[in-house]
Design a protein around this ligand. Sequence first.
Ligand code: GUN
Ligand code: ZN
Length: 438
Amino acid sequence: MTKQLLLGQTLGFSGNPLTSDWADIVEFDSAGGVLIDGDRISAVGNGAALKAAHPEADITDYGDALISAGFVDAHMHYPQTGIIASWGKQLIDWLNTYTFPEEARFGDPAYAAEAAGLTLDLALAHGTTTLTSFCTIHPESVDAFFAAAAHRNMEVVAGKTCMDRNAPGNLLDTAQSAYDDSKALLAKWHGVGRAHYAITPRFSPTSTPEQLMALGALWAENPSCLMQTHLSEQLPEIAWVKELFPDARDYLDTYERFGLLGARGLYGHAIHLEDREIARLAEIGAAVVHCPTSNTFIGSGLFDLMALARAGLSIGLATDTGGGSSFSMLRTMAAAYEIGQLRGIALHPAQLMWLATEGSAQALHMQGQIGALRPGATADITVLDLASTSAIAQRHDKAGDIWDALFPTIMMGDDRAIRDVWIAGRRRHGKSASKAAQ
Ligand code: GUN
Ligand code: ZN
């Protein structure tokens, strides 16, 4: 296969800017290049030098656009695309009013396939190259998502959402069927191409102890799987968990006591954590996932990103659509910045970009494989136009350095800022890539 050389401004990272000084670990080149060989990045460096060393490569010159690793969304619900931006409810009412009726439709394979394709295409249009999705209780919804992702050659994580109580009857499985269906689905999809299976109890209020225990056992039998769920999102939810599990020490313990706490666990939201929960998540090496547009849209609270990073937790960033209000990881970074400000912290653009790429990849235990502009990583790449609207362009034109030039796109950008997306070395979405004359 021909080598591809992408020229432009390049941004990557050699470490974690939440726990070390961002200036020490940023790898930025205003005249950079990314060499792609097959489906992998084979070199990142000075554009002119790479061009001289690889005269055989096909060149795409992006000028002063910013070449980044593709965005990695660490928690979302593809079956909720059709109810994104539904008005007026907080978590439990929102689930009952909007979410559950929509999810009930996903037993229909054609409906599920259409929603999966639409969601993945929306993600690509917004520069997101990896999605981590909840499905519904229907195995058909899982097949539809993995099949649509395979068709696009996208690296994805997903699993059958399990619920055996506190949901409408047409959305309930049982402890045994959740175990059996999840086992069959992970045997079918986990590790096939770019698919990864996550065992997926929705959250402890919708699973009996028997179901949580069955899924804990399944995880122990399949330790290479991820496990995704929700944790401490909203105060009335936490009070409900205490009623349902009177013997549990805290919300995390409703997972821990059933074998659902582990290093490959992904705990969405994690806003109102107690000290024991933070210490235990850090000790285990589990990841929490920040869902800032959802946390404001559903009215859940202010995630304490810096305190959790300082405590040693791995942190991913996510849209949580359709509780989240945007498919854009740019908008998600902006919301993370705004929540930081409400907590007295100004997250640097380098920290935001890291969270949306390497941070989320780390949370998924895929560091070095995706989310990285680094030799050896899969060539999942997003190219950002830093002057995509007149409002952004006028601010960009006054910028003093790359951070000042990038921050308006983080705060004000959307799918119009996505100049191009590459998936495993192939251009999959783009508007205006200019093929340079050699
Ligand atoms: N908690 C349990 N299910 C959900 C869901 O679908 N979205 C969000 N935001 N929180 C949840
Ligand atoms: Zn969620």
